[in-house]
Design a protein around this ligand. Structure first.
Ligand SMILES: [Zn+2]
Length: 478
């Protein structure tokens, strides 16, 4: 009961923070930044050195040097502000997927990002941070009423939320769900599917549950839109569709809107800062939660890029995580901010577009039908395996792939072990015996030097030539 009251209180505070437009938000941002810097200097040996020239009462953000994922992970134990947190112990804890949702040391939610930038990041957050994530989603990223009265009525009428993630493990979106506050259940009835295959079964489960909100990766939404357009999936009562984790092309947005008659709420977040934005419920772009995070769009020399133009990368400051501070954390995402406020009336900075992290959709053949294979089915098991560094999966024949992989720093790789990892992954996704892999361990899998990104999945053969027409639309949009 007490937890529910606190959650309602936190939700109302998030809404109330916007009362004076951007003025109060920017005041909160400054105050939280000063507190974070002071706390990090005092409790993190890494930041004590790095910020030794910074006076927490009086500094400009640009005076703080940007920090990379490699620096934070190599110095993990000096970065965190709780000396009990040890990298090896955390890796051990996460080696068993069934522990997802168990609080580490009784108080920490743990997760890790995928290795899209050549190495994983391990992220530690406490209970109050997980509560904040839910409170923000409940009041800023929703189409449901967000007045104090509206929030209370949601206790009487629980919305049904269907979530589809792919694979097991501690990746950030799964951790956000597994560590969601218990009191959240009083507001939301949740169906969480961790498979997309077999697709017929997923479709049936969704139809039976009749969700009001559907939350899934962009490519899964495209897949479901295709089922809906073909008349195989009907979701009456659906009021909001939320895309998490993957960028969504204009074509894919249009396709989903046509299939379900609703815009897609897009989220842009990092495992390192899950509260970075919430999608505009009107369906275009995202709002930066500027009271809880700072998003700087910069060029390759770290100079600010004005709104309206895409930057080369972003610097993210997470204002709520004091256990593992991320201050001006460098991420190779190409982001365009809007020069004008969002037409929905939100005073928060409006992100127009995010490019990056795109994988190609590949088509495989199962029995007498071509199937679109979600990229996560292939990358899920590899991302969970700490010895895997940069990698690329290339479709060479319809059901045959070449995996080119480089060991992560200080690790070695073994072909037969990798085959086992892949086979276990396929078994989990009910694709046992359907796909074959050739493996090449190499030290030259490199990202594009300009963007710093690597397309993890590509196809040498493209979609099949004899695809039925309704499927051809999909392969052209994604
Ligand atoms: Zn908006």
């Amino acid at each position: 009961m007490w937890e529910t009251v606190r959650l309602i209180g936190r939700g109302i505070c998030q809404k109330a923070a916007l009362w004076d437009g951007y003025r109060f938000v920017s005041w909160l941002q400054r105050r939280r930044l000063q507190r974070l810097v002071a706390y990090a200097k005092e409790h993190s040996p890494f930041y004590a050195r790095r910020l030794s020239h910074i006076d927490p009462e009086n500094f400009r953000l640009e005076e703080i040097p940007p920090v990379t994922k490699a620096e934070l992970m190599e110095n993990f134990e000096e970065v965190v502000t709780d000396p009990r947190l040890k990298l090896r112990d955390l890796e051990d804890f996460m080696s068993q997927p069934q522990r997802l949702g168990q609080w580490y040391l009784g108080q920490y939610a743990v997760s890790r990002t995928s290795g899209t930038q050549g190495m994983q990041a391990i992220i530690v957050q406490d209970k109050s941070m997980m509560e904040l994530l839910f409170a923000l989603q409940m009041t800023r990223g929703t189409v449901f009423p967000t007045t104090p009265w509206g929030i209370l009525t949601r206790l009487l009428w629980r919305a049904r939320l269907a979530v589809i993630t792919i694979g097991r493990g501690f990746y950030p979106s799964a951790a956000a769900l597994a560590y969601a506050p218990k009191a959240a259940r009083r507001f939301v009835k949740r169906l969480w599917l961790q498979h997309i295959e077999p697709l017929e079964q997923t479709v049936e489960q969704l139809q039976r549950f009749r969700p009001h909100v559907l939350l899934a990766y962009a490519n899964v939404l495209v897949l479901l839109a295709r089922e809906a357009l073909a008349g195989r999936l009907r979701l009456p009562g659906l009021r909001q569709i939320i895309n998490m984790s993957e960028p969504l092309s204009e074509g894919a947005c249009a396709l989903i809107r046509r299939a379900f008659g609703l815009p897609v709420t897009n989220n842009y977040a990092l495992g390192e800062c899950m509260a970075l934005t919430t999608g505009c419920p009107r369906g275009r772009g995202m709002h930066v939660q500027a009271d809880w995070a700072i998003l700087e769009v910069v060029d390759k020399n770290y100079h600010p890029v004005p709104p309206g133009q895409p930057g080369a990368k972003v610097l993210v400051t997470n204002l709520y995580n004091t256990v593992q501070p991320f201050i001006r954390y460098e991420v190779n995402d190409v982001v365009t901010m809007s020069p004008t406020p969002c037409p929905c009336g939100s005073p928060l900075p409006w992100v127009l577009q995010v490019e990056g992290r795109t994988d190609e959709i590949v088509w495989i053949r199962i029995g007498d039908r071509y199937r679109m294979l979600h990229p996560y089915v292939l990358v899920d098991c590899l991302d969970e395996y700490p010895a895997v560094g940069w990698y690329q999966i290339i479709q060479t024949q319809r059901n045959r792939f070449l995996l080119r992989v480089q060991p992560a720093p200080r690790h070695t790789l073994d072909v037969s072990e990798l085959q086992q990892v892949l086979q276990r992954g396929l078994k989990y996704h009910h694709l046992e015996g359907q796909l074959e892999f050739d493996i090449e361990i190499t030290d030259n899998v490199a990202p594009d030097p300009r963007s710093g990104k690597l397309r993890r999945i590509t196809s040498r053969i493209g979609p099949p030539e004899d695809l039925p027409p309704e499927d051809r639309i999909i392969s052209s949009v994604s």
